[in-house]
Design a protein around this ligand. Structure first.
Ligand code: SAH
Length: 347
């Protein structure tokens, strides 16, 4: 029989689990705190449990671990990128960034991705598998342990499409937020999606006040279909409706992500249409200069054009920021580290 992975269970599930094996429920709370507050890695170290109980638990279950394969340190800022090895040999990447409001971790939710966005390195080898909740929390705990500092903000913006791994992402949110564990506020968590409309409604109905970040990248359905295959399933209209629903339910202002691609979505007509589309949405636009990848033969616009695009949006009353480049000397774009590692090994 396959062993239970204790750190994949939510608080309620862990408490029920102890009940189901004839143990006191409060032991579930103790194990949860051991795992998610103290980053406990081995049942053997749970000294508040008797040897008998530890042996019993070790026979039934285990704690899923991830290992740091390599850390890349930016020489420009304090950004650190991590390659992690999972227990089955797969590799994922995460990023730690220092902002004025504290340390932020950008974590992966899948190994690879099946969304197929043309400009994104994460999707080039397709989807390998979904990450378990334990593998998501472990990215956070590993970084904290490595930097000896608590993470204040989490963005689900690494490799993978979080809403394509919906159940596990929700369990991750439940675990990382829980007061007996890491206890991070939902307000400090952002989930980024390419726009899987039914799941946006589902997430809104969960009523968690996390920030939704929507990867729009073009205000035209035609162009969006060319660069993001998911656009063939859901129109921009449907997405914006879903975003409005999300805002009404959570009262959290939506972020619209817009990767600027020279000559493709940075033209005057793009700007005009973008203003129309997001104008009555309670949102903030985050412009991301394209990080060119080998498989997509396009560039980012010049800094001057990016500034121009940004100030034109601002003039129309739309809150806008240009994503500050963090660690641009260490393979910034989503999924690039992992791909380079798979192609070339640890160089
Ligand atoms: N699947 C989610 C999260 C993944 S990536 C999503 O689509 O939102 C986070 C953001 O980085 C997305 O907006 C994505 O489109 C963008 N991105 C991916 N590759 C990029 C690249 N090479 N240059 C600039 N932005 C990129």
């Amino acid at each position: 029989m396959r062993k239970v992975q204790f750190n994949n269970l939510t608080y309620d599930e862990l408490v029920d689990f102890f009940d189901s094996i004839g143990e006191e429920k409060y032991r579930g709370q103790q194990l949860f705190a051991f795992l998610h507050k103290n980053n406990g890695k081995s049942i053997e170290n749970l000294s508040t449990f008797s040897k008998g109980l530890r042996d019993k638990l070790s026979n039934i279950g285990e704690i899923n671990k991830i290992t740091i394969l390599k850390r890349f340190d930016s020489k420009i800022d304090e950004t650190k990128k991590y390659l992690f090895l999972l227990e089955d040999g797969n590799i994922i990447e995460s990023v730690a960034m220092r902002y004025a409001h504290g340390l932020t971790a950008c974590i992966s939710t899948q190994v690879g991705c099946r969304m197929g966005c043309r400009f994104c390195a994460s999707t080039k080898g397709g989807l390998i598998r979904n990450l378990y909740p334990s593998e998501m929390v472990n990215q956070i705990y590993s970084i904290e342990e490595n930097l000896n500092e608590k993470i204040k903000n989490i963005v689900l913006m690494g490799s993978g499409e979080p809403l394509d791994n919906y159940e596990n992402v929700l369990r991750f949110l439940d675990i990382i937020h829980h007061k007996w564990g890491h206890n991070i506020s939902f307000r400090n968590i952002t989930l980024s999606t390419c726009g899987i409309v039914p799941r946006i409604y589902d997430l809104a109905d969960e009523g968690l006040p996390i920030t939704l970040s929507l990867s729009l990248h073009s205000p035209f359905d035609g162009l969006r279909k060319e660069i993001m295959p998911i656009a063939k399933r859901y129109s921009i209209n449907d997405i914006i409706e879903a975003c409005k629903y999300y805002y009404n339910k959570t009262k959290r202002r939506i972020t619209i992500e817009y990767t600027l691609i020279e000559g493709t979505n940075d033209r005057d007509e793009d700007l005009k249409e973008l203003v129309k589309i997001v104008g009555d949405l309670n949102c903030h636009v985050n412009l991301i200069p394209l990080n060119p990848i080998e498989e997509y033969n396009k560039n980012r616009p010049s800094s001057k054009s990016i500034e121009k695009f940004s100030s034109a949006l601002a003039k129309k009353g739309i809150p806008v920021t240009i994503r500050r480049e963090m660690g641009s000397d260490i393979n910034a774009a989503c999924g690039q580290l992992r791909r380079r590692f798979i192609d070339n090994g640890l160089k």
